[in-house]
Design a protein around this ligand. Structure first.
Ligand code: ZN
Length: 270
């Protein structure tokens, strides 16, 4: 039964009609009299207006969530085909509501990938590579956040607290590598041995689970070594794992200074 213009829609009918229409109508979708009447009802009935806005906001949130997750191309194509099919059906039969469509798409996403690696990976924290840490770690604390709760930091290497002449002259900081969520502990250290000038460097402390390619466990000496530059000046880097934590030790200059630090802090010498 199609209500005539003189016969106002009930709230329920108006909302049903609006819900069955697309937010952006298909080119061939006719805007018929009862859809127009439903829209008019919305302008005049504040109760329906509030409900309608709330449901639009909910749809928008679902859309944003779906857009923020990267979907493999093959699935995107599959979804597109499905969407066109649904849209055609809605256009002709006006039975499948937009809400039902969203629910079916979301359910399909979850069902298709619940057992696969894609969803699992999408939910994992982003892990960083040793090379990225080597390239991106700042060697001054200028733009870093000071650590306010020291208990949140992973521990320093086991031998470091036992080495004479090794100290941490500044409060530790947090460094958040690009494209990651989790902050990494960042320490300045200073090693003074004998009469030689003190060696200053940076020690990065990060949980092993957050590193995509953690180096081997430290036995005698670090298994990972690298080289980087800051402001045109070289820095030597060594990396190792210890009890679930990855350490990267940066010492500006040629590898000799870094070697002195590694010798002083090696498990065999401490
Ligand atoms: Zn109403």
């Amino acid at each position: 039964m199609t209500p005539s213009r003189s016969e106002p829609l009930t709230c329920e009918t108006a909302l049903e009609r609006l819900d069955a229409a697309w937010l952006d109508p298909l080119p061939e979708e006719p805007v018929d009299a009862d859809l127009l009447a439903a829209r008019e009802h919305l302008q005049e009935c504040s109760a329906c207006w509030v409900k309608w806005e709330a449901s639009r906001a909910a749809d928008q949130r679902i859309a944003e969530v779906m857009q923020s997750v990267s979907v493999p191309t093959s699935l995107r194509e599959q979804l597109l085909t499905q969407t066109v099919a649904d849209a055609t059906r809605v256009g002709h039969e006006r039975k499948l509501h937009r809400r039902a469509w969203w629910v079916s798409v979301t359910a399909m996403l979850l069902v298709s990938f619940a057992g696969g690696s894609w969803l699992w990976q999408a939910l994992q924290p982003r892990r960083v590579s040793m090379q990225l840490l080597c390239d991106q770690t700042p060697l001054t604390s200028v733009e870093l956040t000071k650590v306010s709760d020291l208990s949140e930091l992973p521990p320093l290497p086991a031998t470091w607290s036992r080495v004479k002449g090794l100290r941490v002259p500044e409060p530790p900081c947090w460094f958040t590598p690009p494209k990651t969520r989790d902050a990494v502990g960042w320490f300045i250290f200073e090693l003074k041995t004998g009469r030689a000038p003190a060696i200053r460097g940076v020690l990065l402390v990060i949980r092993q689970a957050n590193v995509s390619d953690p180096p081997a466990e430290l036995i005698a000496r670090p298994s990972w070594s690298g080289y980087t530059q800051r402001g045109g000046k070289p820095a030597s880097v060594a990396g190792w794992s210890e009890r679930g934590v990855v350490y990267l030790c940066f010492v500006p200059g040629e590898p000799a200074a870094l070697e002195s630090v590694l010798r002083a802090t090696a498990p065999t010498s401490a």
